[in-house]
Design a protein. Structure first.
Length: 100
């Protein structure tokens, strides 16, 4: 009877890692703190404590990181923030920077 032998086959796999983008919230004098916390919880999926810490960082330092995503997701988040802010009468702005 034939015996079976087992070999290890090496495979080359192309892994596509998307470029990542940082989404920052910017401070202003008119958007309420509660609204910014709401944005961080609903659009950036932050728990309330972290959302509050990020909001206060933006308030004190002018800019704060809301999240890091592939380009299309980052752009969608920015659009959602600006749309929600406009609907609610706030000038809240957010920007994207390449994460490298
Ligand atoms: N500076 C705002 C205030 O005093 C609060 C605020 C925080 C606004 C973060 C925007 O991204 C922001 N009401």
């Amino acid at each position: 009877m034939d015996e079976k032998i087992y070999i290890e086959e090496k495979q080359e796999i192309d892994i596509h890692l998307p470029k990542l983008y940082r989404v920052y919230l910017l401070n202003d004098d008119y958007t309420t703190m509660d609204f910014v916390v709401h944005i961080l919880m609903t659009i950036f999926d932050k728990p309330k404590t972290e959302a509050t810490a990020i909001m206060l960082h933006v308030h004190r330092h002018g800019k704060g990181l809301a999240g890091i995503y592939p380009k299309e997701i980052a752009e969608t988040k920015v659009h959602e923030v600006h749309t929600l802010a406009r609907i609610n009468g706030f000038p809240l702005k957010c920007i994207i920077e390449r994460d490298d």
